[in-house]
Design a protein around this ligand. Structure first.
Ligand code: PLP
Length: 361
């Protein structure tokens, strides 16, 4: 068996029991799972092909690939992508977990992940048998040449957005050394203060996507976490290699989900409605936390508030749990998260108001 870290959320059981016992019910802000219903047009699309019995294409339908390219152009100004360089993934978590392995990265290789990061980047590196290096500064690496660099902007957990200069420097640095950059952009549609940029934007890469991959997810932007819908795109040669391996390995998005995803990518209404909901919840929670002495760092985009009371993260988790509010300690995301908690915006308006009320007491 491959040795992996303990699943972080299991260690929240104690705080969860405390929060669940609150007479007003728990407000669970510990995970970024959507709570608003899937839009009718997307559900109809899912059902519309449910009679098809045959195996779906690993590469997805041509309509899906075209819709992904068009959505990236329309929403994020990404140009010059080939539809064939789009590959559907079964949500983005599976690709985060398997990308190093699928690329042939292994023992002796190093993969750079952000200092504070979604835990699955580390898991993916360990599954490949490679070594993890946590760093936000490539200059700190010295002469080392990693096999791959993960970026995540807007970040989970901090909500930090990497600006164009930062992204350009990473791309230049990686190109000089022939290092692949994988950019996890699952929160790209959720910019609150400023506009997050894709690594595939021409202002970042001078119009060349060589050596670059971007991972996208419909879980947060279109409430499709339960459908498992994402895609990867970028360097056509790298995507072609991934396609080959994934065909062998059976990593195929179900056909009904391909149809649902095509519809979700074709328009922006669902995304707009969802953004408004999250913005409202963000405003309420931000005000309530700040009013109670919390300091919020970064959090300019994405689905979380990165909050601190200047004490140990677990103390804050317990303090909030006593008020029936469940959050994740920053230590889930790396040793540097020891004084922060991550507060998700993914609860209903009613639950978010209940949390604000409890914090105001
Ligand atoms: C940074 C990041 N990447 C990837 C994922 C995976 O999302 P999904 O598998 O639903 O696309 C998440 C989920 O929370 C995430 O926070």
């Amino acid at each position: 068996m491959i040795a992996l870290p303990d699943f972080p959320w299991d260690s929240l059981a104690g705080a969860k029991a405390t929060a669940n016992a609150h007479p007003g019910g728990v407000v669970d802000l510990s995970v970024g799972t959507p709570v608003d219903p899937v839009a009718p047009a997307i559900r109809d699309a899912l059902a519309s092909v449910s009679e098809i019995p045959g195996y779906p294409q690993t590469h997805g339908t041509p309509a899906l690939r075209a819709a992904a390219v068009e959505a990236l152009r329309r929403r994020h100004g990404v140009t010059g992508l080939e539809p064939d360089a789009v590959l559907p993934t079964i949500g983005s978590k599976e690709l985060v977990a398997w990308l190093p392995k699928l690329l042939g990265i292994g023992p002796g290789d190093t993969v750079v992940i952000p200092e504070l990061a979604y835990p699955t980047y580390e898991v993916g590196v360990l599954l490949a048998g490679a070594s993890v290096l946590r760093s936000d500064s490539l200059f700190a690496l010295g002469p080392q040449r990693p096999a791959m660099i993960w970026l995540n902007s807007p970040s989970n957990p901090t909500g930090r957005v990497l600006g164009p200069d930062h992204l350009r420097k990473v791309v230049e640095w990686a190109r000089e050394r022939d290092v692949l950059v994988a950019s996890d952009e699952c929160y790209l549609t959720l910019g609150w203060e400023g506009e997050p940029l894709s690594i595939l934007h021409p202002s970042v890469n001078d119009g060349s996507v060589t050596g670059l991959l971007a991972l996208h997810s419909l879980s947060k932007s279109a409430n499709l976490a339960s459908y498992r819908a994402g895609f990867v795109t970028g360097d056509p040669a790298v995507v072609a290699r991934l396609l080959e391996v994934r065909k062998h390995a059976g990593m195929i998005m179900p056909r009904p989900v391909q149809e649902a995803m095509t519809v979700a990518l074709a328009g922006d209404d669902v995304l707009g409605t969802q953004r408004e909901r999250y913005l409202r919840r963000r405003t309420v929670l931000q005000k309530a936390l700040q009013g109670n002495g919390f300091h919020i760092d970064h959090s300019e985009a994405g689905l979380y508030l990165w909050a601190t009371r200047g004490e140990d993260a677990w103390q804050t988790v317990d303090w909030l749990a006593e008020r029936g509010i469940l959050v994740a300690p920053g230590t889930f995301y790396g040793p540097k998260g020891g004084k922060h908690v991550r507060v998700a915006l993914t609860a209903t308006d009613e639950r978010v108001e209940a949390a604000a009320e409890r914090l105001a007491r």
